[in-house]
Structure formats: C-alpha cells, structure tokens
Design a protein around this ligand. Sequence first.
Ligand SMILES: [Cu+2]
Ligand SMILES: [Zn+2]
Length: 190
Amino acid sequence: MTRTLPLRAALMLGALAGFASGASGALAQTAPAPEAAPAAAPQTFDGEIKNNKGEPIGTLTIRDGANALVMRIAIKAGGLPPGWHGIHFHAVGDCSDTEKFMNSKAHVNHDQSKHGLLNPDGPDEGDLPNVYAAADGSVNAEVSSETPLTGDGGLKDGDGSALIVHAKEDDHATQPIGGAGDRIGCAVIK
Ligand SMILES: [Cu+2]
Ligand SMILES: [Zn+2]
C-alpha cells in the first residue's frame, strides 16, 4: 500500500546528480538551471461521474505527484442524496452496468489488506475518506491517496479502475466496504 522507497531514493539521487553537474560550470551555456531541483510535473486525469441512470452528475480530477495523488470531486446540485458518502477506488474501469455498477468489482487491493482507513490490518489501496453532499446534493471535496495513477499497481493498469460513490458513509473498519451500501455513482479511470 505504500509506494516503493527504492524508486524515491533513485529519483532523489538523480536530482542531486543533476544539481551537482549544473553547479560545476560544465553546463553554463545551456538553459539557466532552476535554483532548486525541479519537481516533476504531476500526471493528471479527468473523468466524469455518472449516476444509476447513466447520467453525468459531476467530475473527478486527479493530480498524481511523486508520493501521493490528490483528487478533487465536484458533483452538481441534485447529484447525490444529502449527507456522508463512502468513496473508493474499485478494481475495474467499467461503469457500463449503471443500475448497480458491480462490473467495477471490489476495491483496488494488491496485497490482501483489510478494508478500512481505521482498520489495524488496513487500509486497502481503494480506501478513501468519505465526502459530504450538501443539502442541495452537491459535493466539492479534495482527498489524497498513496495509490498511484500509473505504473506498478496504478489505477490506470490494464483494465483501469473506477471511482465508486456509495449510498451511505464508510465506517472505515467493517468488512468488506465499511457498510457503505449501494453503488450510486461511478467514474471510469483508464
Ligand atoms: Cu466502494
Ligand atoms: Zn476498502
């Protein structure tokens, strides 16, 4: 569930090497070097969230940095029942069965972790904080996850992934989905 440290170490070493060569003067005629090692631009993904009728109710926007991704969820008025809703990354990027969204399968989980951000044997890689729909049914939320967008174990693997919005809140402990109930929103991440 955590990203691989060796890769991070290698990237840091590479950045240090680049800084050292830039400071040596050998590259003085090339483009001006930034004062600090530049952060890699985050990878991005934009998707559409649909309801059980297959109608668009909102959007998700992912920015994936070196160590975590950040996802914004925007759902329009009337999109959801008011109150808390569990959201998760599910294992397959398929929202075509709009009545139940079961094609998206279970949570992303490559190492048999238990479900739940508060579970001592968890979380699995699909687990995310709940979001709150206002009285008008709209949501504006930003959450983070260590699950990567691309690469080994990434959301955009061969069959993609799905963001699922549930009818009820996730208690972050109960198996298999924290009692979050029906799947009422779905977005393909592929
Ligand atoms: Cu779920
Ligand atoms: Zn889970």
